[in-house]
Design a protein around this ligand. Structure first.
Ligand code: GLU
Length: 483
């Protein structure tokens, strides 16, 4: 085997890329980069009924959005292509034939009904359901007769007896009993290779050195090892990482909320934050830090440092990290990122200066980009209104006095809200009202933004300018006097 590290991420395009897949891709990617190896993307689309070309495209898009680039793959080509299993069906048939000639596989004519009956009988006898090997003993004449009669056989691998063991790079020594594994199909009756077979052929022909995948594939590995042996090949190293669980400790699924990477993107999570989150779920940096840039992830990553325990998904933690990554964006980058969310709300063609200022103001308040929606009323008159909490604040004599004083001071002394004018403005309001801090700022905020929380007032005043601030404060007065 080639000594170079070659790993693959091999999704089946039967649904959207979910965060569990993304995590597997991440481990493979980091391992490849750490060892200056090759990261392969292989599309396992042999399940032709359930696989979909548009889903494959969406998966590639999601993977690129997450920041992955692959050295070999369906769109890039490479020395061991094609990289879509649906384009490799002849290769699988060729190796299946080799095993047929060697007598390691046999033709099986059992129908789904036969198999179901067998399963029920075994269960009723208290046995573990598995294929009982009945077609293994068909004579050549019987096989010929069935084929002539139009029955198309599947090819089944003869498992045999004995123990199968391998060293998992995360779990250590794993032992399986061949007696418990029924003879399994490698080529279905429609001529299409089954997952275990296609996977072994590809991993071998693509020179894959390490197979890093989820624990859900642990039971496939002994079958795959048997296939390697039968074909006279050396298996790669295997590492099966635990799967992400929901807060109720059951495997993460739609029941627990968003699982698709694209949903997280739409909600306004940043790829860097999602990647960082997926890594620290079940991996601890040697320095114990949690916010880790990609270069450091690559430098510090090793399979042996992955936890054996299943990690529990925490949206709170992801949001916390996302907030950090949002705050790290400069205003230019952030304005690009928030624009689509404004457009969704019908706010198109906002001038660049305003966008930059809004980005700067909002950074501290949102943990995902879509949350900007809650604050649009502050900046855009067409979205402005007073929420109930703000109204409650305004409908109070003491607060009303603050608002009236502020209107007076702005009208008589403020030319416009430059950032540097803010503190002298506040001092004036303090002097006139005899109030300080929250007692002052809460009514001003309620009157100007229609809300009781949000970005720093100084930034909001600077964006709105004198006229709009006054207009809103007068609207607040109006609320008081008409209620
Ligand atoms: N196509 C399989 C899946 O999506 C990948 C299996 C493997 O990595 O061997 O789960």
């Amino acid at each position: 085997m080639d000594t170079k590290v070659r790993v693959r991420f091999a999704p089946s395009p039967t649904g959207m890329l979910h965060i569990g897949n993304a995590r597997t891709a991440l481990f493979n990617y980091l391992f490849a980069k750490h060892h200056r190896g090759i990261f392969i993307l292989r599309i396992e689309d042999t399940d032709l009924d359930r696989s979909d070309y548009s889903l494959t495209d969406q998966m590639l898009k999601d993977l690129r959005w997450l920041g992955f680039d692959w050295d070999e793959g369906p769109d890039k080509g490479g020395p061991y292509g094609p990289y879509r299993q649906s384009e490799r069906l002849d290769i699988y048939r060729e190796y299946a034939n080799e095993l047929l000639i060697k007598g390691r596989v046999y033709k099986c004519f059992c129908t789904p009904d036969d198999l179901e009956r067998m399963r029920r009988q075994q269960i009723s006898k208290g046995e573990m359901p598995r294929y009982d090997g009945r077609c293994r003993n068909l004579t050549e004449e019987e096989v010929l007769k069935k084929e002539k009669g139009g029955n198309r056989p599947a090819l089944r691998f003869h498992v045999g007896r004995g123990k199968i063991s391998f060293e998992d790079l995360i779990h250590g020594k794993m032992n399986f009993d061949a007696d418990k594994i029924g003879d399994f199909i490698i080529i279905r009756s429609d001529g299409i290779a089954a997952y275990n077979f296609a996977c072994v052929i590809d991993d071998h022909l693509m020179n894959v050195s390490h197979v890093i995948r989820g624990e859900d594939h642990l039971s496939n590995t002994p079958r795959q090892i048997l296939l390697y042996k039968a074909l006279g090949w050396i298996p790669p190293f295997f590492a099966h990482h635990p799967l992400i669980l929901g807060s109720d400790r059951t495997p993460l699924s739609k029941r627990h909320g968003s699982t698709a990477v694209s949903q997280y993107r739409e909600e306004g999570f940043l790829p860097e934050a999602l990647i960082n989150y997926l890594l620290i779920l079940g991996w601890t940096s040697p320095t114990n830090e949690e916010v880790i840039p990609m270069e450091r992830m690559i430098e510090e990553f090793s399979i042996s440092s992955l936890s054996r325990n299943a990690p529990i998904h925490s949206l709170k933690k992801l949001e916390w990290l996302n907030g950090i990554y949002i705050r790290r964006k400069d205003n230019d980058e952030l304005s690009e990122l928030i624009s689509p969310y404004l457009e969704k709300e019908g706010l198109n063609n906002i001038d660049r200066d305003t966008l930059l200022k809004i980005s700067d103001a909002i950074k501290e308040n949102i943990v995902k980009l879509s949350e900007i929606k809650e604050y649009l009323g502050i900046f855009f008159d067409e979205k402005f209104n007073f929420n109930e909490e703000a109204k409650k604040i305004i409908l109070n004599d003491k607060n009303l006095k603050v608002i009236e004083t502020v209107i007076d001071i702005i009208t008589s002394t403020i030319s416009d809200f430059k950032l540097e004018e803010w503190s002298s403005f506040l001092t004036k309001v303090e002097e006139k009202t005899g109030l300080k801090g929250k007692e002052l700022l809460i009514p001003i905020r309620a009157g100007v933004t229609g809300m009781t929380k949000g970005p720093q007032l100084v930034k909001i005043f600077n964006i709105l300018g004198k006229e709009r601030v006054l207009k809103r404060l007068n609207m607040a007065l109006n609320i008081f006097y008409t209620n």
